[in-house]
Design a protein around this ligand. Structure first.
Ligand SMILES: Nc1ncnc2c1ncn2[C@@H]1O[C@H](COP(=O)(O)OP(=O)(O)OP(=O)(O)O)[C@@H](O)[C@H]1O
Length: 263
């Protein structure tokens, strides 16, 4: 269980623009070690841009981002490489290399970061593939031969290839049918507790928020407008937050009693 004072990610005063388009301004966020935090917000509010800045793929214009107590933008290439080893990222649709098999995709970060004999690396990659619930014969398949749900699992296997402490997931259940999405939520929850992961999850999926997230952070007005448990979100009086957490989709995910409580 996460502790209040144990921030594994700290974002302070973040500012990011593209040309004249300001995406983030004065954005603060703390992610606690061991929690699953869901990042929600309207389309274009900068959820993916936030994720990309935290993992160092995009440079903030101003502000500070610390992961494991280290400022991501101030690290040397060697330090960044060491930091990067401690997290894994699953981009939308898995973002797999199409010319590599599933196992080779999982081996890719191991090749880059670990010096292992080939047979050991292959065995370890095979274990990761099984951990995400893919069948044995999926290992030697190419991404194009897999269903969308299987590609996402393969992307997850690659994200945990280096036994990370944090996993960043960008819309992990988008495009899955409700049964596939629920199964993927269970997988995230199971691996989080088995491996002691911290999970930073960008999502639109209210079912996921309800099923597995410890806390939710709402992006609106260029910043984190609110952060808290689902129960706390239901009490927030802001037009987008109300619409999102009390709308018909929320009723379906949370049940009418939950959404009516303060509605
Ligand atoms: N590399 C880039 N260059 C220019 N603009 C960008 C770039 N990346 C993102 N943006 C813009 O930044 C804004 C935020 O994008 P982002 O993808 O983070 O939104 P999001 O909240 O993840 O949206 P969605 O829920 O639709 O995926 C958008 O207006 C987008 O067009």
């Amino acid at each position: 269980m996460a502790r209040d004072d144990d921030s594994i990610i700290k974002v302070r005063g973040l500012k990011k623009s593209f040309g004249t388009h300001v995406v983030h301004e004065g954005l603060d966020l703390d992610v606690r070690r061991g929690e699953i935090i869901g990042i929600v917000g309207g389309s274009g509010t900068g959820k993916s841009v936030l994720l990309q800045q935290i993992v160092g793929l995009l440079k903030p214009d101003a502000g500070r981002i610390e992961v494991f107590g280290e400022s991501v933008r101030d690290t040397s290439p060697d330090e960044y490489r060491r930091l990067r080893r401690r997290w894994g990222v699953m981009f939308q649709d898995g973002a797999l290399f199409s010319s590599l098999t599933v196992r080779q995709n999982v081996e890719a970060p191991m090749r880059e970061q670990l010096h292992l004999p080939d047979d050991l690396r292959e065995t370890l990659a095979g274990i990761k593939v099984r951990m995400v619930g893919l069948p044995e014969n999926a290992q030697d398949k190419y991404p194009s031969e897999l269903s969308g749900g299987m590609r996402k699992r393969a992307g997850f296997a690659r994200a945990i290839a280096l036994d990370p402490e944090i996993v960043f997931l960008d819309e992990p259940t988008a495009g899955l049918d409700p049964i596939g999405a629920a199964a993927f939520d269970r997988l995230i929850g199971q691996l989080q507790s088995a491996l002691g992961l911290t999970v930073f999850m960008v999502t639109h999926d209210l079912d996921s928020l309800h099923a597995i997230c410890d806390r939710v952070a709402v992006l609106a007005e260029k910043r984190v407008l609110a952060v808290g448990t689902m129960a706390e979100m239901l009490k927030i009086d802001h037009p987008w937050v109300r619409e999102y957490f009390h709308g018909p989709r929320a009723r379906a995910a949370l049940g009418p009693d939950a959404t009516d409580e303060v509605g």
